[in-house]
Design a protein around this ligand. Structure first.
Ligand code: AMP
Length: 630
């Protein structure tokens, strides 16, 4: 194989020829007649006219060679369930689920919303949707009713697949009441709700709407449901992600481009091989779960571990125990999880036989050098940082070990991945900047296969949000600051917008503000992301209340803080709960009324609040400082 530099250059200079040479990695039911249609930038269509199916590539395609090899390995340290499905068994379950969905009226192009804990049925449902050409929209199980209602209203699913309950640290986390509330709030209620009953929590059922998975599965035991051959650009799924407005964006993914991009990345970035085991510790509700718990490993003919539980139950050695037990070769996690493990006994890292494991990949948030060193030295394995987003679906920056195993640099996710023409632009002038100068990380079009093709139902928003923020440039903005060194290695320096990253989970400060504002005693609120040694960032809220009589004593303030947190828990989910809610009498704003978020954040982090010439009332900053210092 050629070296990284020439490989990357070829992918940028002539994307069509490059991706044509990658497309053989998947099964095409009908060949494509054009590799790339970029006649309507920034909308790119890959493998035009080709027909394929994600489920076929993930499951059916392997039946002959790997039918009796493990495909899906489910481990729940929450319920004690541990079970493996071979490719043939997975095929059977997916066909049953596909049969059920069809019996509920789901047809090609219909949306199916999947609101599930980490259970195998969530994976069956995703694959079943792909099989019948339905568009899945998986909503992370940690989100609550308002988050869910927003997504229901945007995706307008015909069916929702859900369960009675998740489980966290051995305690049931019931789902059904949140789902019922979301449906009550929504303007587009689903026709049917398919419920997996794990027996963890009581659930009420709505007659005529709610149906039972186990009962329907028994009816559809022998169903064989043919794959729907989708044109390459037809959507496979929608995945919502937070932005700068209160309304999450539905990232729309295609079918053929995504399959090719994942298949290529499995070899060229993750170096996974057929018959081996991949273990990504994320959740199916996030993009890593879509790409590298489910589709990527299965497309590559690998078995994949679906893990429900925390990294420290029954003890901090659980993940390494699984590596030994299932001979995991490739592992994918997030820096926060490693920082959690850092607080455990380091001997746990050496307790199990890790000889099968080649590399630990980490992504989702900045990887600090001490954490990277600690885990790499502790395991005696290389750690590879990789940088990407829900929007791209697979890495933008990484050391591509399957192309050329170049050395990594601590603090850097590495070099632009083939297919990505990564640039840095000055935010104000739009001019491109060179090595050593901070700029906005952007990608010149076309985005490679597998990246978002549009915002679901809103092409204009795709263009205005992502492609129009840099003066004079039509380039895709990642909304991350970055810097490149003389060797071409990138370093990510944080977001340019109001998106925050809590333990690798992306949250919009506006969404949290909207939720807090719905509390009856809140007049005004500002939420900022503040650096945190464990979670990378946490949300901190500053609120102005309507009735100060309710927060006079410290006890009242504590109770009020808890009550505001409860509102966020119920509406958005505990993931979005601010770490602190402070009370002030006014927020720092410019004379034109713009909230000075950056200054608030700087003060929270003990830094200089920056240019304050436009501030209306400087005493508001003193209040912020006093609140933070407690
Ligand atoms: P999400 O779409 O939830 O995956 O979040 C994507 C965002 O997480 C990026 O835009 C970055 O801000 C951040 N991010 C992801 N991976 C990395 C990484 N390896 N290093 C630094 N930041 C990262």
């Amino acid at each position: 194989m050629d070296n990284y530099a020439s490989f990357h250059q070829r992918s940028i200079r002539d994307p069509a020829t490059f991706w044509d040479s990658q497309a053989h990695r998947i099964h095409w039911h009908a060949p494509y007649d054009r590799v790339l249609d970029y006649s309507r930038p920034p909308f790119a269509r890959w493998f035009v006219g080709g027909r394929t199916n994600l489920c076929y590539n993930a499951v059916d395609r392997h039946l002959e060679e790997l039918g009796s090899s493990p495909a899906l390995i489910y481990v729940s340290t929450e319920t004690g369930q541990e079970k493996t499905w071979t490719f043939r068994e997975l095929y059977r379950e997916v066909n049953r689920m596909a049969g059920i969905l069809r019996s509920l009226g789901v047809a090609k192009g219909d949306r199916v919303l999947i609101y599930m804990p980490m259970v195998p049925e969530a994976a069956f449902a995703m694959l079943a949707c792909a099989r019948i050409g339905a568009i899945h929209s998986v909503v992370f199980g940690g989100f609550a009713s308002v988050s869910l209602a927003t997504r229901i209203d945007d995706a307008k699913p015909r069916v929702i697949v859900s369960a009675d309950s998740g489980s966290r640290a051995g305690k049931a986390v019931p789902y059904k009441h949140l789902l019922d509330e979301a449906i009550r709030l929504s303007k587009h209620p689903p026709e049917k709700v398919l419920l997996v009953d794990r027996g963890l929590a009581e659930m009420s059922r709505v007659a005529g709407r709610d149906v039972d998975y186990a009962a329907l599965r028994a009816e559809h035991m022998n169903d064989e449901v043919p794959c729907e051959w989708l044109e390459s650009s037809e959507p496979s799924y929608i995945l919502y992600t937070s932005g700068t407005t209160g309304k999450p964006k539905g990232v729309q993914r295609d079918t053929g481009g995504y399959a090719v991009a994942l298949a290529a990345s499995m070899e060229l970035i993750y170096c996974g091989r057929k018959g081996e085991t991949y273990f990504a510790t994320s959740d199916l509700g996030w993009v890593v779960g879509h790409s590298y718990i489910l589709y990527g490993p299965l497309i590559a003919g690998m078995s994949t571990i679906l893990y429900e539980g925390t990294p420290i139950r029954p003890d901090g050695g659980i993940w390494w125990k699984l590596v030994e037990q299932y001979r995991v070769t490739t592992m994918f996690s997030a820096p926060t999880a490693i920082r959690v493990l850092k607080k455990q006994d380091p001997a746990l890292l050496r307790k199990y036989d890790l000889s099968s494991l080649r590399v630990l990949f980490l992504a989702g948030e900045p990887l600090d050098e001490p954490t990277a060193r600690w885990i790499s030295e502790g395991l005696g394995k290389p750690v590879v940082d990789n940088y990407w987003q829900t929007e791209t679906g697979w890495p933008i920056l990484a050391i591509q070990r399957g192309v050329e195993p170049l050395p990594g640099k601590f603090g850097s996710p590495g070099l632009p991945v083939y297919g990505y023409d990564v640039r840095l632009f000055d935010a104000a002038s739009g001019e491109e900047v060179g090595p050593g100068t901070k700029g906005v990380v952007a990608i010149n079009g076309p985005l490679p296969p597998g990246c978002m093709t549009t915002v679901w139902g809103d092409d204009a928003r795709f263009v205005s949000t992502y492609w129009s923020s840099l003066p004079g440039q039509q380039a895709y903005s990642t909304f991350d600051w970055g810097i490149r060194d003389e060797d071409g290695y990138y370093f990510i320096l944080g977001r340019t917008d109001d998106v925050i990253n809590v333990a690798g989970h992306r949250l919009g400060t506006r969404e949290i503000e909207e939720s807090i504002s719905s509390h009856p005693n809140v007049a005004e609120v500002a939420v900022v992301g503040v650096t945190d040694s464990l979670k990378g960032q946490v949300a901190v809220a500053f609120t102005v209340v309507k009735d100060v009589a309710q927060i006079e004593t410290p006890e009242q303030r504590t109770a009020h803080e808890r009550d505001i947190m409860r509102v966020v828990d119920e509406q958005l989910g505990a993931v979005a709960r601010p770490a602190r809610v402070h009370f002030v009498t006014a927020l720092p704003k410019t004379r034109s009324g713009k909230l000075l978020r950056r200054s608030i954040r700087a003060l929270c982090e003990g830094q200089d609040p920056g240019d304050l010439t436009t501030i209306e009332d400087p005493s508001t900053l003193e209040q912020i400082l006093a609140a933070v210092r407690g």
